[in-house]
Every structure is written in structure tokens, then in C-alpha cells.
Design a protein around this ligand. Structure first.
Ligand SMILES: O=C(O)[C@@H](CO)OP(=O)(O)O
Length: 198
């Protein structure tokens, strides 16, 4: 059994139609340069265009590494919290979610964890996942064994890097969270609900 190293990244900046912007391309390019220092085995990406385009940009720096779509990485709400567990800035955000939508989000979230948040049967593996803010928050919450509602507020910047290691017989290790050090200051910002440019 080996350690799985998951390199989670939110796609680069997207426009109102969900397409990668020129800024998003630059962010993804710099993320690719950073990931080129890692022995990446594969890049998996969400099916949504902003993630596909980001993954293609990243992959330009990883010659020979396979790139493929994973439906579990699609943007979705992984868990709808009870009102009492919902931080004030998010109150009202879930008003449109009915039970069927919440249930389908849970199914995808469980599949995401089952597929990627695990050790490897043989040897170590290094996987890059290009996905969305909520999915990164959900995997971080899972790694920390925090309550389901804790995915809220675990924001990721565009093209920011989060690293989790899954080691045999040990709890998952959150190694890096929302690291934007590969981006110049004018390309760093976080997602919903607050926009912060540190
Ligand atoms: O809308 C958002 O804030 C997030 C949710 O995951 O999506 P994306 O990362 O695609 O911007």
C-alpha cells in the first residue's frame, strides 16, 4: 500500500459564462509551472469548461501526463447544512435547494471521496485534481474529519493549491491549504462569499 498525494486546485478565473478568462489562463499557467516540480501521475478535471481549460493549461507543463475528466469533480453542493449550522453570510444561499437536489449532491460528494480520498493499493501516487471551490472544501473537511457543515467557508482562490496526503494506517494529512505563492499578488483572490485579495 502506498501514499496518495492529492494536489487540489480550483480552476483559474472564469467569466460570467463560466469560460476561462485570460487572467484565468495566466493563473493556470503559473499553477502548471509549480506542479511541474512534482512527479505527477495524472491530471483529473471537472467536466465544466473552466476546469477543462485550466487543466489543459496546466498539462502544457506536464508532458506525457494523462489528462482526463472525472464526473465526481463537477461543481455541486456537497451537503446542505441545517439553518442552525449555517454561518450568517451563507444564510439564504441554500433556499433554492430541494431534497432531491440535496440528495444528488450528497451522492456525488460521497463518490468524490470514495474515488480520490484514499491510499493507493500499490506504491505512491501523485494526482492533480482541477475542480471547484466547494469540492476542495469538502475534501478538506473530510480529511480533517470535521462536521459536514464545515465545508462552508473553506474558500479557495482561483488556481490556488491545496495538498492532502492519504497515508496507510494514518489519518489524512492536510499539507497545504489554499496556497497562492506561485501567483503574483494581483492574481490572488478567494471565492464566495468574501472576495479577499491578500
Ligand atoms: O461558485 C463558486 O464559488 C464555486 C463553488 O464550488 O464554483 P467555482 O469554483 O467553479 O467558482
Amino acid at each position: 500500500m502506498g501514499t496518495r498525494h492529492l494536489y487540489l486546485a480550483r480552476h483559474g478565473e472564469a467569466d460570467a459564462f463560466g469560460e476561462l478568462t485570460d487572467t484565468g489562463r495566466r493563473q493556470s499557467d503559473l499553477l502548471g509551472e509549480r506542479l511541474a516540480r512534482v512527479p505527477v501521475d495524472a491530471v483529473w478535471h471537472s467536466p465544466l469548461p473552466r476546469a477543462v481549460a485550466s487543466a489543459q493549461q496546466v498539462a502544457r507543463h506536464l508532458p506525457g501526463v494523462p489528462v482526463a475528466e472525472a464526473p465526481e469533480l463537477v461543481d455541486h453542493v456537497p451537503h446542505v447544512p441545517a439553518a442552525s449550522d449555517t454561518p450568517r453570510p451563507w444564510l439564504g444561499f441554500f433556499d433554492g435547494y430541494d431534497e432531491a437536489e440535496a440528495a444528488s449532491g450528497r451522492v456525488i460528494a460521497d463518490a468524490l471521496v470514495a474515488r480520490f480520498a484514499t491510499i493507493t493499493p500499490t506504491g505512491d501516487s501523485h494526482l492533480v485534481l482541477i475542480t471547484h471551490a466547494f469540492q476542495i472544501g469538502w475534501l478538506v473537511r473530510h480529511a480533517l474529519d470535521a462536521p459536514p457543515s464545515r465545508w462552508l467557508g473553506l474558500n479557495s482562490g482561483n488556481a490556488a493549491l491545496t495538498v492532502i496526503e492519504y497515508r496507510p494506517e494514518l489519518p489524512p494529512a492536510l499539507v497545504v491549504f489554499n496556497d497562492m505563492s506561485h501567483l503574483p499578488a494581483d492574481l490572488r483572490w478567494t471565492g464566495f462569499p468574501a472576495t479577499v485579495r491578500p
